[in-house]
Ligand binder design. Structure first.
Ligand code: COA
Length: 184
């Protein structure tokens, strides 16, 4: 099982036992508003379904989601989803109490490295809703550029489609943080 170590965090595969913690962290309006698949309010049952789906996807091999742990406490989540041949999309959210401290920047960089080195991604993509400039900044810092394309994506948290910018990483120019270690 793949474990990714960054300067401050350990990213490990999500397990069934993580559901109660995800139920707490994901029950947050900002996460629901700015992601596609997280409803609000968010129940323990939602979290159990989420964990089951991600564990099944990992076995299938088309999505790898990681619990981001500081010491042994989960504070965030990040992952990569296969959307085409050698094309992987990254995503992330950070628990409300842990924002504004570079967490997303550190883990998004690590997931991009994972997609390229472990999933053989030739293209790494991402997206963010047009009213979420914080996520845009995170992606820009890592080396993603805006493709100029926008798509409508339904956010369960808003119960309506939202316009989303599409971005792509300049893979050839990307090296990522040297602090990242990927153990398989
Ligand atoms: C978006 C989110 C992941 C950011 O996490 P975070 O750990 O606080 O992000 P970081 O601290 O790594 O970086 C935030 C950057 O945005 C900048 N920023 C903050 N407010 C901003 C704003 N209104 N406009 C532009 N940039 C902004 C910060 O200054 C920082 O950039 P810097 O390092 O150059 O100073 C977090 O707020 C979150 O989980 N939100 C809900 C879910 C979500 O949006 N997920 C992403 C879906 S695409």
């Amino acid at each position: 099982m793949t474990v990714i170590r960054t300067k401050r965090f350990t990213l490990r595969p999500i397990e069934k036992a993580d559901a109660p913690r995800f139920a707490v962290l994901c029950n947050n309006r900002e996460i629901a508003r700015h992601t596609a698949r997280i409803p609000h309010p968010y129940t323990r049952q939602d979290a159990e379904l989420f964990v089951d789906q991600l564990m099944a996807a990992r076995i299938k091999g088309d999505e790898h989601a990681f619990a981001v742990c500081r010491d042994s406490e989960i504070i965030a989540c990040a992952g990569a989803l296969q959307t085409g041949e050698h094309i992987w999309e990254i995503g992330y959210w950070v628990g409300a109490d842990y924002r504004g401290d570079g967490v997303a920047s550190e883990i998004a960089d690590a997931i991009a490295q994972f997609a390229i080195s472990e999933m053989a991604a030739a293209s790494v993509t991402a997206g963010y809703f047009i009213d979420n400039p914080v996520s845009g900044r995170v992606l820009e810092k890592i080396g993603f550029h805006n493709t100029g394309e926008t798509v409508m994506i339904t956010s369960l948290g808003r119960e309506q489609p939202v316009s989303s910018y599409r971005l792509e990483l300049d893979v050839a120019d990307f090296s990522g943080s040297r602090d990242v270690v990927i153990e398989t």
